[in-house]
Design a protein around this ligand. Sequence first.
Ligand code: C5P
Length: 233
Amino acid sequence: MTLVYEGKAKRVFNTEDNNIYRIEYKDEVTAGNGAKKDKMEGKGRLNNLITSYFFERLAQEGVDSHFIERISDTEQRVKKVTIIPLEVVVRNFAAGSIVKRLGFENGQAFEKPLVEFYYKEDALNDPFISDDHVKLLGLANDEDIAELKRQALIVNETLIKIMDEMNLKLIDFKIEFGKDSEGKILLADEISPDTCRIWDKETNENFDKDVYRNDTGSLIETYTKFYNKLEAL
Ligand code: C5P
């Protein structure tokens, strides 16, 4: 099967079916737009299992995504979409770049979820952009922007509910969307501890990639702990 695209954490392949891709989750972890990079055995499996779980739960809540099924420990079959080069970030609490940029206190709760757009362009370091920039760059029109925000907020509500069941809080996350052959906007990519910040409700312990970004613990142990909690639901 031909390789369509290789990203930092996944490979995308064509299949015999023109409408379907096969995605393979890699054992690679990067941070800071590839500035830090490591191979970690078992990481692809964990992110595949976790993402598959989230996409299945989201489907039950009425959020369609590109996900069709998990076909192995490290692979999924997904609907073919054209990715919109936007990282849609939702924040419930201040952490990461918003703390550095705007001076919020780490862990400060926001009154309502904040939705942000970042232009997915490695050469520019994925800059934060406004709705007007999104339109100027021709990435989405007003109607699409409203739909991206609407879906992002439903994803947020569903993820908060799942985290709550695990006694965890969802600090923030990043999602990506694509358009199918009919132009319908579909949630795509992955939802995993690579793309979310997740803290223990009582201790604020991290269950996400910040342990790797900040060198504060073992990524595989952290993701395994998170997956075990998810599996126990
Ligand atoms: O770095 P920042 O605080 O803006 O990240 C917000 C959220 O988006 C975090 O959960 C982070 O893991 C996620 N993110 C991501 N991929 C990026 C940038 C951020 O998954 N390229």
